[in-house]
Design a binder for this molecule. Structure first.
Ligand SMILES: [Zn+2]
Length: 234
């Protein structure tokens, strides 16, 4: 209140017009943030300067509007980060399929198919049928002209050969499966790591946003208090 000299006219720092002291606010009574805004409009805004009500209220309204806009921008920033991370996550999962397809050779594919067939009920039923058929035609139906009589030595040879080939084919398929699992685990690790980083980033962003909002709410409240005080003691 020391700034006010009763009855003397002072110049407004913004519009440059002369006002009596009761229509002016001194530098010391304007809040810090609104003060910064006034500095942008009037470069000479400093200690011992005054601003008229009309300009001060206009700039306060500008300040509140800018605060609200800033909040909106920060929220859309977060949305942008989330959308970006979602699209990048999709890119990672696409890469997994690409790597699988690149690593599969013709031999690998054949081994996979044979191993899948060898481990199916179709194969077991078919195999039992062939065995029963073989034994029947060589023991009952063609008693005089059997091509593989008891104890079915040719059948034994065929079965041993089949087992000898089936074992390495199954091992090949298992090796490939292990390789695939390893790539999958690696990718899972990368995706998890990425998700962890992003969650941390979003959490930091949210913390930052909420603290900023509190700060800005306080600033707006400060401006409102100034307005209230002014209307109580004009
Ligand atoms: Zn003015």
């Amino acid at each position: 209140m020391n700034h006010k000299i009763r009855g003397k006219k002072q110049e407004c720092a913004v519009c440059g017009q002369m006002f009596s002291n009761k229509d002016l606010t001194p530098y010391g009574l304007v809040g810090h943030d609104v003060s910064n805004l006034i500095k942008n409009v009037a470069s000479g805004w400093e200690e011992d300067k005054y601003i008229c009500f009309k300009d001060l209220n206009h700039l306060r309204a500008e300040y509140i509007k800018a605060s609200i806009l800033k909040n909106q921008n920060e929220i859309s920033d977060i949305e942008h980060t989330i959308i970006q991370s979602i699209s990048e996550y999709e890119a990672v999962s696409e890469n997994i399929n690409e790597i699988y397809n690149e690593n599969i050779s013709f031999g690998d594919r054949l081994a996979d198919k044979i191993a899948t067939f060898g481990g199916s009920w179709v194969f077991i039923i078919l195999f039992i049928s062939i065995l029963v058929f073989w034994i029947l035609i060589n023991s009952a139906i063609l008693i005089n002209k059997t091509f593989d009589p008891f104890p079915f030595i040719l059948l034994n040879l065929i079965l041993s050969s089949l087992a000898a080939f089936q074992a390495p084919i199954i091992m090949m398929s298992q090796n490939r499966q292990a390789k695939k699992d390893r790539i999958q685990a690696e990718m899972d690790y990368k995706v998890n790591l990425k998700a962890e980083f992003e969650i941390r980033q979003i959490r930091t962003k949210l913390d930052q946003l909420s603290s900023h909002q509190w700060q800005r709410l306080l600033e707006i409240q400060e401006v409102q208090n100034e307005l209230l005080q002014k209307s109580e003691n004009p």
